[in-house]
Design a protein around this ligand. Structure first.
Ligand code: 0A1
Ligand code: ZN
Length: 882
């Protein structure tokens, strides 16, 4: 076998955690930067408990070792060993100083981990990515988050080629050297783990703003980007300022260095990175301008800017003891970002968006062979655990805790958490302990949520006793076993609820003895397999509105009838639950269509929506969401033998019926009214108007393409901004309109020099549903702008196709699977992280109908059999097959 040694490595286990034998007190790093080869000198002052006996072991990958000295003396060749990515050194003592010098090859680094080149060798710039284990690609170091050190970083480089030199921390001098070279030094006063280290060097421009923190620190905020995009950074700067103010107001957290740098790159494996004092962003989440960004993208920039900034406290000041605790920083930071975005925009819309994402991305993960707890018990490759479960489900767990403690209690708990763990590497237990102790409550039972994979099913059954005027709500829970856990246990599930009378009014709630307080909304907690909650003084049989605001990440199974859901859809004042009732009703309607028996549910859904549409009292953006049924992915989740083509056809049929019930005339009229108000303004009302207009155009196009297509073509031509332009293009392409080819060509040419706009051109075409999609993708791959070397481009074409086009990817003849397998192997040789993430598109193959299932299995097994796969891809493929 020619398998690489790391492929055979045993997994890392949570229960095998040991505190580090060796720590690093201070690090002095010096970089001699150049595109092809860079040399790095590191001086580490080491600490150890003198009684421990472990030799000094440092991580190091792809490093060319040039020299090594301990306490000022060069080490003899037999005093150290470098094998299997570990450097073992004899003779080190507490207080020893180790000096190593290594050579790196940034331009050859296509994995984008460690030090690498963004852009071309002539014009691009150098940058680093160290989370999770990239720092060991830069220097020898105990590369684990619980080793926190003080950093001094000196950068040296040719001034013409690298006029800008940046590292995290405060600036501490700069100057000229011989031969046109210059230097700059940075000192970070806060101890940090290696994964938060960063440097950037090259030709970059900046915009700048002065900021005074609430506790009185003068900070310079700087956003850096290449010259051609620097004028698209203003929105991010405004968003950054909003996020900083919000964190001061909401959590009392202030920024803690004199400068805060943010850098944009087009070459990045993830969304962005919270390196201390030097955040690095995928350009996609930093640049925004009306001509080329959609409304959704503006909101994403705001939320990712906030997410990375919030990490400065939840992640950097308090970091993770080990990578099993990843959700300690990620779940918490996603939750903080969600609250911020809800405050900045519409709270119900944000909740709808977040829950949709959870259902689309996390529920399928939690229901298949890739299922893992929010705190996994083991991993082979940590980069594979930056998942929807760790991030999104993790955020839901924090939301439950926050809901349980209330606004003030949660703030008290967070204050204690930050105070107690500042400068430390903490665990999820530390988090729950601080929140609990600050509120004299034991939150221990919630730890079970972190340890158990799978989405709990919550069953609800209500019984009204007319004679007693009481209503008994019985709740039961059950979590199906997952690949990683056979036994599951009950969890504490907070269920926020209200009761409605048959006229759609909320009833006052009386539980047990507390008859005096008559709130109309309450929270009950189910923490056993089954429990019954009784409400008194209930004047008539109620319709319960359960799990309001999605109060727990569970699947609610309630045998609502269509009329009850329609009542909630018409009357629930809670925007989220109103939408949720519509989604459930649409799902019942879908089942009726699927079973060839259109009936009450379909009629109730169509009736309620056409009324809401006509009456015009629902806010426009919410109405657009109400008019959108659940995604094909969500419906596939509910079926035992998934046929993606059929699900797509049924969803189209359902939408066509909706369009017909509303009527082509009414749709057209509404479209014209909304189009009359078109502008590129970014305020909430303008965004809502564009969103509804788009939905109306899509519905109209399903029943009257000859009317809708010219409207779409005109909208494309006269669009004041990208939301309208891209929306129109999508309608033309999806309906195979005669005007589609011209619009497609026009867009390609107009945005030829704008990478992010071009990404959307690939995506909108990759997402056109149906069996012809693969041929279109193959054609698009031949476009000169397509490359496997750029992660954004790969996502924009391949990612969009395999993840957001089920009827295209799951072509009945299995060609979509063979195509993905081929690309995975090619990609893996360039960038294992991107390959592994794309491979998760195979998740769920076991539940496909037999023909597709067989085809998928053969293809995945074939990939698994290949030699020389990265540890990243190998782990995903092996797990998917389980
Ligand atoms: N901590 C970042 C996510 C991130 C993780 C790994 C990376 O390297 C490949 C990059 C970014 C966040 O949550 O924003
Ligand atoms: Zn994060």
């Amino acid at each position: 076998m020619n398998a690489r040694p790391e492929q055979l490595a045993a997994p890392t286990r949570l229960d095998a955690y040991r505190a580090p034998a060796w720590r690093v007190e201070t690090v002095e790093l010096a970089f001699d930067l150049a595109i092809d080869t860079t040399e790095v000198t590191a001086r580490l002052r080491l600490r150890c408990d003198p009684t421990q006996t472990q030799p000094l072991r440092l991580d190091g990958e792809n490093l060319e070792l040039l020299s090594i000295a301990l306490d000022g003396t060069a080490l003899a060749a037999d005093a150290y060993r470098y094998a299997n990515n570990v450097l073992e050194i004899d003779g080190a003592r507490d207080g020893s100083v180790l000096e190593t010098r290594v050579r790196l090859r940034p331009a050859a680094n296509t994995a984008l981990e460690g030090l690498y080149l963004s852009g071309s060798a002539e014009a691009g710039f150098l940058l680093t990515q160290c989370e999770a284990e990239g720092f060991r690609h830069i220097t020898f170091f105990p590369d684990r988050p619980d080793v926190q050190a003080l950093y001094t970083v000196t950068l040296r480089a040719d001034r013409d080629r690298f006029p800008v030199l940046l590292a995290g921390g405060n600036p501490d001098g700069a100057g000229e050297l011989d031969d046109g070279r210059h230097w700059a030094r940075f000192v970070d006063p806060h101890p940090k783990p290696g994964y938060l280290f960063a440097v950037v060097a090259g030709r970059l421009q900046s915009i700048e703003r002065d900021y005074l923190t609430a506790d009185g620190r003068a900070v310079t905020l700087k956003i850096w980007a290449e010259a051609d995009v620097i004028d698209r950074c203003d929105y991010a700067m405004d968003a950054l300022e909003r996020a900083m103010r919000w964190d001061e107001r909401t959590y009392g957290r202030n920024y803690d260095l004199d400068v805060f740098h943010v850098v944009a790159t087009h070459d990045f494996n993830m969304g962005a990175m919270e390196n201390k004092g030097l955040n690095i962003f995928n350009a996609k989440y930093l640049l925004a301008d009306p001509g080329s960004s959609t409304d959704d993208e503006y909101r994403h920039v705001e939320s990712v800017i906030a997410h990375e900034y919030f990490h400065n406290w939840s992640g950097n000041r308090v970091t993770c003891r080990d990578w099993f605790q990843l959700s300690l920083k990620e779940g918490l930071t996603v939750f903080r970002e969600q609250s911020f975005s809800a405050d900045m925009n519409s709270a119900p819309l944000k909740r709808i968006e977040d829950v949709s994402l959870l259902r689309r991305a996390q529920f399928p993960e939690d229901a298949g062979p890739l299922a893992h707890p929010v705190r996994p018990a083991q991993y082979s490759e940590i980069n594979n655990f930056y998942t929807a479960t760790v991030y999104e489900k993790g955020a839901e767990l924090v939301r439950m805790l926050a809901g349980r403690l209330g606004r003030e209690g949660f703030r008290r708990g967070m204050d204690l958490y930050f105070a107690r763990n500042d400068g430390k590497a903490a665990t999820l237990e530390d988090f729950l302990a601080a929140l609990g102790e600050a509120n004299h409550t034991d939150l221990g039972p919630y730890l079970a949520w972190y340890a158990q994979a799978g989405t709990p099913r919550l069953q609800a059954r209500g019984e009204y006793d007319e004679a007693r005027r009481s209503y008994a709500l019985t709740l039961r829970q059950h979590t199906p076993a997952t690949a990683s856990q056979a036994q599951t246990h009950p969890l504490p599930i907070p269920v926020k609820l209200a009761l409605f009378d048959r006229d759609g009014r909320m009833m006052p709630l009386h539980m047990d003895a507390q008859t005096s307080k008559a709130a109309t909304e309450t929270v009950v907690v189910l923490d056993t397999d089954e429990s019954t909650f009784v409400f008194h003084d209930v004047p008539s049989a109620p319709v319960p509105s359960l799990l309001r605001g999605f109060s727990a990440p569970v699947i609610l199974e309630c045998d609502y009838d269509a009329a009850e859901l329609a009542l909630l859809l018409r009357h629930d004042p809670d925007g989220f639950n109103r939408w949720e009732a519509g989604q459930q009703l649409a799902t019942l309607a879908y089942a009726e269509l699927r079973d060839g028996a259109p009936g009450h549910a379909l009629d109730a859904w169509l009736g309620a929506l056409s009324d809401l549409f006509a009456r015009g009292e629902v806010e426009q953006a919410l109405l657009a969401n109400l008019l959108t049924p659940p995604t094909e992915v969500e419906w596939a989740e509910r079926e035992a033998r998934v046929d993606p083509a059929r699900i797509h056809a049924l969803r189209q049929q359902l939408q066509r019926q909706l369009a017909e019930r509303i009527g082509a005339e009414a749709l057209q009229q509404r479209y014209r009214t909304l189009a009359g108000e078109a502008s590129a303004a970014l305020d909430a009302a303008s965004q809502a108007q564009r969103r509804l207009k788009q939905r109306v155009l899509e519905l109209l196009c399903l029943i009257a393409p000859d009317v809708a297509q010219p409207l779409a073509a005109a909208q494309y031509d006269s669009a004041p901004g990208m939301t309208d332009r891209l929306g129109a293009l999508a309608v033309l392409l999806r309906s195979d309109a005669p005007q589609a080819a011209a619009a497609r060509a026009h867009y390609r040419q107009r945005h030829a020099d704008n990478a992010l706009a071009l990404d959307k051109w690939f995506t909108v075409q990759a997402q056109v549903p149906g069996e012809a999609a693969l041929d279109r993708v193959l054609m698009l791959e031949r476009d000169p702008a397509f490359t496997l070397k750029n992660p954004n481009r790969v996502q924009s074409l391949l990612g969009a196709f395999v993840r957001a086009n089920p009827s295209g990817f799951h072509r009945a003849d299995g060609a979509g699977y063979r195509f993905l397998a081929e690309r995975l192997v090619q990609l893996d040789a360039l960038n294992p992280q991107v390959a592994a993430r794309l491979a998760t598109a195979f998740n769920g193959w076991q539940r496909l109908e037999p023909g597709r299932r067989q085809a998928a299995r053969a293809v995945i097994e074939d990939v698994a059999d290949r030699d020389g796969l990265s540890r990243n891809l190998r782990e995903i493929v092996a797990n998917v097959l389980k």
